[in-house]
Design a protein around this ligand. Structure first.
Ligand code: ATP
Ligand code: MG
Length: 269
């Protein structure tokens, strides 16, 4: 089932309205680290409510691109718009922009000394100035959504990797983001917990969240993504509907990459 079809099947209550999601528009983006020219002119648009999966070999610049979107890395050249914000405008209100952008990393980055519930309330209280009660209400609703309400008083060290990642997603959602960035959210997980995390991401997509996802989960990309972008060497090599890029890649570099990720026994070249 494609995301578009599943979108239509979602209940109207679950679907987000246009003002609850933001698109992303990246134009002519360059990023260098010293002499390492990592992003070499990236153009990429994610329409509001769409899911785009970013694939490509190690070192191709996927994380750097994602980190530029919420300005964890400052681009050298080019523009990025997120919703109504131009993040690359020197006068942008960074805090306001970042409130709209949730990010989930490979290694969860939960606060180890805070309980699951506290992990989810700290930012809404500090940044959004919500009362503790209000923040807890939203946090518990999001923990319920990821199936972890019962574990609210545990600490991250007492959870499996998959559970920690689900907390990280709930924590991001408590800020009521309009866009979610995922950087290989399942690649550090035991295989048996990967499905739980992907199921939550699939649900978010169904609800109409805009998502930019770096992943090597081709099944997920094929089923959930509206579009797939293949990056190599700091450029977008191929970009199109998931079924086309994964099922019928046009470029040799895409074919080589896909044959490696779809056949884990293939030798890395
Ligand atoms: N903070 C940094 N300082 C210097 N170089 C960096 C920094 N972050 C990334 N790089 C370099 O930029 C290039 C792209 O890295 P990036 O992490 O974006 O790749 P990636 O596609 O996410 O790879 P992977 O699949 O391994 O996560 C690499 O050559 C990397 O060494
Ligand atoms: Mg990366």
């Amino acid at each position: 089932m494609s995301h578009t079809q599943s979108h239509a099947a979602a209940s109207p209550q679950a679907a987000k309205s246009a003002s609850q999601v933001a698109g992303v528009s990246i134009a002519g983006l360059h990023k260098t680290y010293g002499t390492n020219h990592v992003l070499k002119g990236i153009d990429l648009t994610v329409d509001p409510g769409k899911v785009v999966c970013l694939i490509g070999p190690s070192g191709s610049g996927k994380s750097t691109l994602l980190r530029c979107v919420n300005l964890l890395e400052v681009p050298n050249e080019g523009t990025i718009h997120v919703g109504g914000f131009e993040t690359t405008d020197p006068d942008v209100n960074l805090d306001a922009m970042r409130r709209h952008v949730g990010m989930v990393f490979q290694h969860f980055n939960l606060f180890p000394h805070l309980s699951v519930l506290q992990n989810c309330t700290v930012a809404p209280v500090k940044v959004l100035k919500k009362s503790k009660e209000e923040a807890e209400k939203t946090a518990l609703a999001n923990l319920e959504k990821v199936g972890l309400k019962e574990l609210k008083d545990r600490y991250p060290g007492q959870l499996s990797g998959g559970q920690q990642q689900r907390v990280a997603i709930a924590r991001a959602l408590t800020m009521e983001p309009k866009l979610m960035l995922f950087d290989e959210p399942t690649s550090a997980l035991d295989p048996e917990t990967v499905g739980d995390v992907l199921a939550i991401m699939r649900q978010l997509a169904l609800e109409g969240m805009t998502m930019l996802v770096v992943t090597h989960e081709m099944g997920f990309a094929r089923e959930v993504a509206d579009e797939v972008v293949f990056m190599d060497g700091g450029v977008v090599v191929e970009h199109g509907p998931a079924a086309d890029v994964i099922g019928n890649p046009q470029h040799q570099r895409t074919k080589n990459f896909l044959s490696r990720v779809l056949d884990p026994n293939a030798v890395e070249i």
